[in-house]
Write a protein that binds this ligand. Structure first.
Ligand code: ADP
Length: 458
């Protein structure tokens, strides 16, 4: 078993990992930047080490600083959380070089899946359906035009090294594509250090459905069903749920088997997620794999009763995954709202300030993963996630009604949050009827803003 783990992350996920370590009797060391000196993770962990200035490039994205912190505190493992270096194969390799166990898959599998073009080819070779599009990376504009003519418009240009929903461009016809190609390349180069693009059919009115997997190093792998993350704003998830209201047990079994076969083909180890788009007819297409724990993992934990972060640590420690596929029973429904420090009335403008008062919701079926406390000022240098509120219930409606109660109960003063919009979303008739798709929140937001401004004008 790992003895002491360095947490190479911050915010709510650092708190989540500290908690899992404590429950397993593993000592935790939080690596923090100068801006995170007052963070909750620092207070809760056994030890904390400052790894550099606020700028992520000089702290959370700086492998030598993190590795040194792990070594001087006598850690034998590193948990990368999500974001930052969590999907960086070089970091995983550096950890291995100095005999630190990286809590995640091997650098080799991260490299395969970190590149969307290679990831797609690999999954296709394992018989997993993928979105129609380029075989691998596009060689030039002419190739993009050729493929688009074959598969038909609209098409999507996607940075091969991309993430976080950034840098994607839709082209509705050939002149669009000709215009978008150089801009997309330049943007990808600036954002991800690589201009490589792939081209996919742009699927409309689709759902985002992803499968959670766990695999140990002895070749045993299972899936834990799906999460539906179709409630997105600008390709970023804001409300997630499990199970997906549109996935039948039969489709779940088929997708799950595809996912397990896909990861077995690359010898994947630890927790991971395969993301798919699903059309109205229930056809699904792989888009990418995330080789780390995801923000929305709690909804899966709520409906399966399986602690995913605990399993990440156990698997990294060399333990066997004792869960069998038959042990995974999905008997409830869970919903998660990502509470961000953003003003939904001003186009989700990042909001700052000190949290004057904080009262998280409670009661039956409510879980809050957060690093907030009263008097805390979230640093502006990082993402805007303040808290995740997760509710469960016997049915989807129960979970959503409970979410309404939890959002109404939650008090965060001194800083604007996304709660007002999430309250509207969970009671929206289309969302309640589960008829939404990945572009729906954008549409709803427009009417919501009009209604709100009409209200304030009165
Ligand atoms: P990232 O890694 O940047 O998050 P993904 O490939 O995971 O990018 O896609 C993020 C979101 O973008 C998806 O959930 C979906 O809403 C949208 N998207 C991605 N690929 C397609 C596609 N081929 N057609 C339509 N929407 C897509």
């Amino acid at each position: 078993m790992l003895n002491k783990v360095l947490i190479a992350n911050r915010g709510e996920i650092a708190v989540r990992i500290v908690r899992a370590c404590q429950e397993l009797g593993i000592k935790s060391v939080v690596a923090y930047s100068e801006a995170d000196r007052d963070s909750l993770a620092v207070r809760l962990a056994d030890e904390a080490v400052c790894i550099g200035p606020a700028a992520a490039a000089k702290s959370y994205l700086n492998p030598p600083a993190l590795i040194t912190a792990a070594l001087i505190t006598g850690c034998d493992g590193v948990h990368p959380g999500y974001g930052f270096l969590s999907e960086n194969p070089y970091f995983a390799e550096m950890c291995a070089d100095v005999k630190l166990t990286f809590v995640g898959p091997s650098a080799e599998t991260m490299r395969l899946m970190g590149d969307k073009a290679i990831g797609r080819q690999t999954m296709r070779a394992a018989g997993v359906p993928t979105v129609p599009g380029s075989e691998g990376e596009l060689r030039n504009l002419e190739e993009a035009i050729d493929i688009a003519r074959q598969i038909g418009y609209p098409v999507l240009l996607k940075p091969s090294a991309g993430g976080g929903g950034r840098g994607m461009r839709v082209a509705y016809d050939e002149s669009d594509l000709v215009r978008a190609y150089p801009t997309a390349r330049a943007e990808a180069e600036a954002a991800f250090g690589r201009g490589d693009l792939l081209l996919e059919k742009y699927l409309t009115r689709v759902r985002h459905v992803e499968i959670q997997v766990l695999a140990d190093r002895y070749g045993h792998a299972i899936h834990l069903g799906e999460r539906d993350c179709s409630a997105q704003r600008r390709h970023q998830k804001i409300v997630e749920e499990a199970p997906s209201p549109i996935v039948t047990p039969e489709v779940r079994a088929r997708m799950g088997a595809d996912a397990v076969r896909g990861i077995a083909s690359i010898g994947y180890v630890n927790a991971g997620t395969l993301e798919f788009l699903m059309d109205q007819e229930g056809n699904y297409y792989f888009i990418e794999m995330n080789t780390r724990i995801q923000v929305e993992h709690p909804v899966t934990e709520m409906v399966t009763g399986v602690d995913l972060v605990r399993w990440q640590l156990l698997i990294a420690s060399g333990e066997r995954l004792t869960l069998q596929q038959n042990d995974i029973k999905i008997s409830r429904h869970a919903v998660e709202c990502r509470i961000n420090a953003e003003d939904p009335e001003r186009d989700f403008l990042p909001a700052g300030g000190e949290v004057e008062f904080y009262l998280p919701p409670g009661g039956p079926g409510v879980r809050v993963d957060s690093h907030l406390y009263a008097g805390y000022t979230p640093p502006r240098h990082y993402d805007s996630l303040l808290a995740k509120i997760i509710t469960s219930g016997e049915t989807r409606d129960d979970a959503l009604n409970r979410m309404r109660r939890a959002l109404n109960e939650c008090v965060i003063t001194g800083i604007k949050t996304t709660i007002p919009f999430q309250l509207a979303l969970i009671d929206d008739p289309e969302f309640r009827a589960a008829r939404h798709h990945t572009a729906y929140v954008g549409e709803l937001l427009r009417t919501w803003k009009e209604e709100r401004s009409a209200l304030t004008a009165v």
